[in-house]
Design a protein around this ligand. Structure first.
Ligand SMILES: Cc1cc2nc3c(=O)[nH]c(=O)nc-3n(C[C@H](O)[C@H](O)[C@H](O)COP(=O)(O)OP(=O)(O)OC[C@H]3O[C@@H](n4cnc5c(N)ncnc54)[C@H](O)[C@@H]3O)c2cc1C
Length: 362
């Protein structure tokens, strides 16, 4: 049987980024992806400016700009009582962009393929065995063999579950997402709106569509959906994509010849819109570690380096994400924060700035 240097389970931003960087390093790379691309995903579709350096290293900057997108100019926070605060985004090339995941993820996976990765779509990994190499079986009873394995299969990672590493999910909240017609005069802003039952994120993804996300608890999510139907005049039979959990403990990202990246490793609160950046960057970091391991360098050292660099990626950012989670878990407190920011906007501006003007380097 053909033996790959690395098999990557999942072809989202984490898996595709990792595959592209592995292929760039000359590794014999396999991607196994459950879905048939292009596919949509429950996401706000917003690209944090931190993504640009990684996209540049993937040779994708211009091709991302060429996709149908919206260049976002500001974020508007709306409290439960309707009070609003607007914070402007960076302008220029380091800006915040929104792009439908069907387009963005397809581009990334195509790039991995162009660079030499073997990509198998509509292929669901169901079984794993490790005896020096990894033996990977799929729902169609195909088998693949690889020296190293990457779990890039999202928040409900099958790889983590099969290795008994998946933390018990906290099923406290659920997210719904849909693309709906863009309301007239919506502008180029993101709206983050606190509601009694949870919150809603809204962003234009092109000149005619709005990405609409709703986050709430199972007992109240249908009331949020009704709010959205009234507010945006959308039909009751509007199809929604759904995902859960929105919170779970991280999976230890560096195991023996097995690394976890993106949401499979750590799920962050969607409110701050950074998950795609963590996926892209952790994919790049994992590729560097795998290249060292396959190249015969000290494996333990490579694994430690990967774990350290992965943790570093979150430094200075995770506390804001936790703060956002605290605010959205209690929309009333989040709303009080927005009202306070109307009197003194500097704190909200500072927090937003920390998210959208990331520190340089990675
Ligand atoms: C409501 C909401 C809004 C969000 N908004 C934003 C935002 O605006 N900006 C942002 O940056 N982040 C946002 N995020 C987070 C972002 O969506 C994720 O962080 C990002 O998708 C993680 O990428 P990933 O590649 O790790 O995982 P995923 O994108 O989940 O990709 C995993 C892939 O693995 C595949 N897969 C799963 N199981 C298997 C299997 N057994 N075999 C083979 N393949 C498998 C799946 O089909 C999928 O394609 C949001 C999240 C939510 C819930």
């Amino acid at each position: 049987m053909e033996i790959f240097d690395v098999a990557i389970v999942g072809g989202g931003p984490a898996g595709s980024s990792c595959a592209a960087f592995c292929a760039l390093s000359g590794l014999h790379t396999l991607v196994l992806e459950r879905e048939r691309f292009p596919r949509e995903k429950v996401c706000g579709d917003c690209l944090n400016p931190s993504c640009w350096p990684v996209l540049e290293r993937l040779g994708l900057t211009q091709r991302v700009w060429d996709l149908r997108h919206s260049k976002l100019t500001s974020v508007e926070f709306i409290a439960i009582d309707g009070h609003k605060v607007i914070v402007d985004f960076p302008t220029g090339d380091d800006c915040e962009l929104s792009i439908k995941r069907s387009l963005f993820d397809e581009l990334l996976l195509r790039r991995a393929r162009e660079l030499g990765a073997h990509v198998r779509g509509e292929t669901t990994v169901t079984t794993l065995a490790h005896d020096g190499d990894w033996k990977i079986e799929t729902g169609l009873h195909e088998a693949f063999c690889a020296r190293t394995l990457i779990g890039a299969d999202g928040r409900n990672s099958t790889v983590a579950r099969l290795r008994n590493l998946l933390p018990r999910p906290a099923r406290e909240r659920v997210a719904l997402q849909a693309h709906i017609p863009l309301p007239r005069n919506f502008g180029k802003r993101i709206v983050l709106q606190f509601l009694r039952e949870g919150y809603s994120g809204q962003a234009p993804v092109n000149e005619s569509e709005l990405n609409l996300c709703l986050v709430g608890r199972p007992p109240t999510i249908s009331r949020l959906r009704q709010w959205a139907q009234r507010h945006f005049e959308i039909p009751a039979d509007q199809p929604w994509r759904t995902i859960t959990p929105l919170t779970r403990a991280p999976v230890p990202c560096a195991q023996e010849n097995l690394l976890f990246i993106g949401d499979a490793a750590r799920v962050v609160e969607p409110f701050t819109g950074e998950g795609i950046y963590y996926a892209l960057r952790s994919g790049e970091l994992a590729a560097s570690a795998i290249a060292k391991i396959i190249g015969g360098k000290d494996r333990q050292f490579a694994l430690r380096e990967f774990a350290r660099a992965s943790a570093e990626m979150y430094w200075g950012r995770l506390w804001i994400n936790r703060l956002a989670r605290a605010a959205v878990l209690s929309p009333r407190i989040g709303s009080l924060f927005v009202r306070a920011a109307r009197i003194n906007p500097s704190i909200l501006k500072l927090l937003t700035t920390k998210i959208v003007y990331p520190k340089k380097a990675s």
